[in-house]
Design a protein around this ligand. Sequence first.
Ligand code: ZN
Length: 227
Amino acid sequence: MQSFRCVQGERKKMNFHSYPSVLLENVVNELSMLPSVGRKTALRLALYLLRQDEQQAAALGKAIVDFRHQVHYCSECHNISDTDRCAICSDSRRDHTTVCVVEHIGDVMAIENTQQYRGVYHVLGGIISPMNGISPSDLQIASLIERVAAGSVREVILALNADIESDTTCFYIYKKLSPHTVKLTTIARGIAVGDTLEYADEITLGRSIVNRVAFSLSSEIKTDELK
Ligand SMILES: [Zn+2]
């Protein structure tokens, strides 16, 4: 029985360390550091790259190195940029009196994809999280207060996630902005398009009732058909 256990243990060990090349193992180790990439996926990606033209792997490596070395952050909103001020902050057609506060650069891209927002942004770079040792001074909150204190901002939209740490961050910003004359809003929380009320979670449904809005006709409804 004992020898059987040993064989199983050896087999497990072999599976874990059975890379035929240290170079391959290094690539797997690095790729599996990426979010949502496990060691199996990392191995599949590494072997895929091995099958491709060498130039393709070189281009991938160069793109990553260039990205890390050369990328800039906008001096105004901290969005990712190739220049000192990002394309959004440099666009005079945008409404510079409305600032949408988001946690990450990915949130800017998500809101831009809706094509519904014409204001500008402020990327915090995270949220206040004492558990993870992230304090307000680690985030771009002071520069947000400076932007508002400069006087041209009329509305700040807090577009953070719906969780306790985001709520804490919103409250901190609210306290910091309270001496300034600026309208503070948050994005609406509620039932998603296509969701069924019966299956919505209690918090979402509760917020939808509390934050109800005046009825207005959706542009998708063809009123002619109702006559
Ligand atoms: Zn910017």
